[in-house]
Write a protein that binds this ligand. Sequence first.
Ligand code: OAD
Length: 270
Amino acid sequence: MFEKEIREAASILSKSTRASASCGAGVSAESGIATFRDAGGIWDRIDPAEVGTPSGLINTLEREAPKLVPLFIEILDSFESAEPNPGHRALADLEAMGILKTVITQNADNLHQEAGTTDVIEVHGNLFRMKCLACESIRKYERKPLIREVKERMAGLNSFNLTALASLAPRCDGCGFMMRPDVVMFTEPVQDLPRAFAVAAGCDVMLVLGTSGVVYPAAYLPREAKKSGAAIIVINPTENPFESVTDIYIPMKTGEVLPAIVKMIREKAV
Ligand code: OAD
């Protein structure tokens, strides 16, 4: 299916040494992590105003923490069992082949790094990097051990309220204050934006992967790349939110298409 488009994408990429990828939740869907807005995704089930901003989350936890606990556990479970999928691994292969320079991702799940990609810009942060709420020092944790520890401590709680849930947060080695995941919630500034835009402006091909394109400024990156003359290749099984700037659209899963592209380039079948 879409053999012609896949071959064309492989051909364009095979000539590049400064391609980039701009990724969304769809890239991790085949790892078992639900996207945000597809059926069953978190924003399909709960209003982002309730849990997507720092003040919304605190208010909701104060009022009805027990309601959120099953959702937290479900999310923790899916992040604990997730492994990088063939799409993540193919991006790491493209980097190792000298084609892909940088992955810009909205995902905070660390799976690009675990697949072997070395240059990852995480515009929405990383769930397993903690930031002290007082002195802002940063500490990186291993994904699975951190989740296991949080789940164990959660199981030991007698009741679920804001204070009890806050007690699960790691403490800063330096000042002893509470840490939180260094992720971007709504109303907070995105991370590494100047470099993300520099990468978009400097690439000659941008793979736009698994994003609904509704959250800015990340959704502006393909437009920035196009403005600078890059070819835009969109891979998304259900929608192309970037139609006006797209050169090639492949309506399939990234875990299917990206390994096929790598194989074609390796076998020089382009
Ligand atoms: P969305 O949930 O909005 O969109 C996911 C996209 O992935 C949809 O367009 C799906 O069609 C597509 N998709 C699903 N499965 C796929 C697969 N196997 N291969 C390729 N594509 C697939 O997720 P994002 O666009 O990433 O922000 O959402 C953007 C931001 O909204 C997130 O980073 C998060 C959220 O609120 C913050 O937390 C700040």
